[in-house]
Design a protein around this ligand. Sequence first.
Ligand code: GLN
Length: 467
Amino acid sequence: AALARIERQNPQLGAFLSVQSEEALRQAREVDGRRSRGEPLGPLAGVPIGLKDSLCAVGAPATAASAILTRRAGPGEPERDHARGWHPPYDATTVARLRAAGAIFPGKCNQDEFAMGSSNENSAFTPARNPWDPERIPGGSSGGSAVAVAARMTPGSLGSDTGGSIRQPAALTGVVGVKPTYGRVSRYGLIAFASSLDQVGPFATDVRGAARLLEVIAGHDPRDATSLAAPVGAYEAACDRDVAGLRIGVPEEYFAEGLEPGVGTAVRAALDGLRGLGCEVRPIHLAHTRYAVATYYIVATAEASSNLSRFDGVRFGLREEGRDGDLRGMYGRSRDLGFGPEVKRRIMLGTYVLSTGYYDAYYLRAQKVRTLIRRDFEEVFRDVDVVAAPVAPTTAFKLGEKSRDPLSMYLADVYTLPASLAGLPALSVPCGLSTPEGGSVALPVGLQLIGPSLHEERLFTLASAWE
Ligand code: GLN
């Protein structure tokens, strides 16, 4: 059924870059066999799960939606084809854990190239489109993973969130998306963007589904040096807990200029709803919020410039000979043809902020401000249990609306970046609809819940009470 829905909807929506139907059917038969033999079944037995393309899974290409991870087109071959992508020889830890739980992988989901973007328009292959209005973006970078779930092609999927890439597309497509605490989920086998921020997390149609997925993928992994040893919480059970008495802090800085009026209204209505369930809702301040965009785009680009140096035409994917047949020319040409414009922009920015003479002024300073942003949260979590806010300042915008102005695209991340910089768990749960100015279709709005480090349970409790 999932394959049939993908076949029907994917040509219009671009959620999947490639579909491994034979492999998926083989996995399904395997689960079936186990069931008919009366063998124990995992918590995700037979459930189709979409995988962001930047996650390595044996049996499928992984390109992070970049041409640099594809083989060059031969004569008569189409210019861009995911099927010519790099084949990873191993599973990401998250993928291995889903596999062991019985999940089935129908295909690899579209994204912004190397997870850099907020609209999925930076994919080297094709943009993904929002099923609520295909003229609009689904958000990014994990846009394809969100669309797969929003259009009910798969009941769940995995994405990655560095600065909002799970929460924002979840909000813009009306599904649930969770960014776990930094270190809660293994990054092993996730093609890296900014290693101090990257986290893998689930999308699902409902809160309980997301809780089950997180419970399966979370937990210590010796293959990721930043993986935490803390025991995994009972996330699914947390969905049934009572919310009465929980203290919710609402940061005034998150209701600033640029917030679409309908988004503010929907989020405030959700807060009223939670108040009705016995929660205490009070205003708080996160004073350094206004530095989050600048801080993030220094730290993330610095780390990206280092992580992406491995794509040199030698070890993976695309190789283009230099004009003079020399090594440096080969590096240059391969990277010039392999990387898209946003990725190049970030490598340039990141190299600049790390360079001698500018390191102290930009990178070091950004690290200090990052600490201040983290402390803001530590302080408010002395008085409240959860922070609640919008996920994004607007509903889904039109394709092409921001893609020519990188800065306006960066500003769309203003509400998701602080939790990323602080390493905190955060989720997006649908909380109503808003019609953007000049729009004719009402579009989904997400409520963001941010918790203290390793307190994902609290977020699931509140989100499922609201849902
Ligand atoms: N939109 C942000 C960026 O472009 C966040 C992306 C992400 O979380 N991967 O960097």
